[in-house]
Ligand binder design. Structure first.
Ligand code: PLP
Length: 231
């Protein structure tokens, strides 16, 4: 429905056009919005086609799959975003392989990522994942714990706190979609009022990215609308 799976280049162009329209509608510069193509469960050929067509950011949920992708795509230049759930036994590999981690949700994970980030690499760009909405199954720090976690993360030398990320309940009504994204934006504004300098809101997926743009998203994580249905 959303895309022609055989042709990620055309799907990418169509998503970019929708991003541009949504940005203009919100009086925002489309160039301030980064499209992270979510690679989970996608065939390599689709990833190659999208990268050929100018996609510059890939998002990965699973470390093992990310390794396979990165090995197969060696020699190409793209930013690597980790967007999956993080367990402590994965932090070392993530700290070595990725440029960004969107899913920091507790201090222990942040401390390990900082300690394990190779000194030769620039600090890891990170977002704190915040639990918005009412589903108990989604991870993320509760809004009440966000201030303390943000404060602690900014003190870690090999991490650079860039912003907040959320994975809200699936909604089809744009007004309801926007509610969760607005909540995340307000949390970031609150942190900035307290002295932080966050410039990233990682929010919006295939089914709700236009609503996310309306609420200030800077990083959209989009899988199926670019690559087609997951295999
Ligand atoms: C799978 C996934 C996405 C992309 O979902 P689509 O609906 O395919 O766009 C975005 N963010 C996270 C954290 C995901 O796990």
């Amino acid at each position: 429905m959303l895309t022609t799976p055989q042709n990620p280049a055309a799907a990418l162009a169509s998503v970019r056009e929708r991003i541009t329209v949504a940005a203009r509608t919100a009086s925002r510069n489309p160039a301030s919005i980064t499209l992270v193509g979510v690679a989970k469960s996608q065939p390599l050929e689709r990833l190659r086609s999208a990268l050929d067509a100018g996609l510059a950011d890939l998002g990965e949920n699973y470390l093992q799959e990310a390794r396979t992708h990165f090995d197969a795509l060696a020699g190409r230049t793209f930013r690597r975003h980790f967007i999956g759930a993080l367990q402590t036994n994965k932090t070392r590999d993530v700290a070595q392989l990725f440029d960004w981690v969107h899913t920091v949700d507790r201090l222990r994970i942040a401390e390990r990522l900082s300690a394990q980030r190779p000194a030769a690499l620039p600090p890891l760009e990170v977002c704190i994942q915040v639990h918005v909405g009412d589903e108990s199954s989604k991870s993320g720090v509760a809004p009440a714990g966000l201030g303390a976690l943000a404060e602690a993360v900014t003190r870690l030398p090999q991490l650079r706190l860039r912003g907040l990320m959320c994975l809200p309940p699936e909604e089809t009504d744009p007004a309801r979609q926007r509610r969760w994204f607005r909540e995340l934006r307000r949390l970031a504004e609150g942190l900035n009022a307290a002295g932080h300098r966050l410039d990233v809101l990682s929010m919006g997926m295939s089914g709700d990215f236009e609503s996310a743009i309306a609420e200030g998203a800077t990083h959209l994580r989009i899988g199926t609308a670019v690559f087609g249905a997951r295999g």
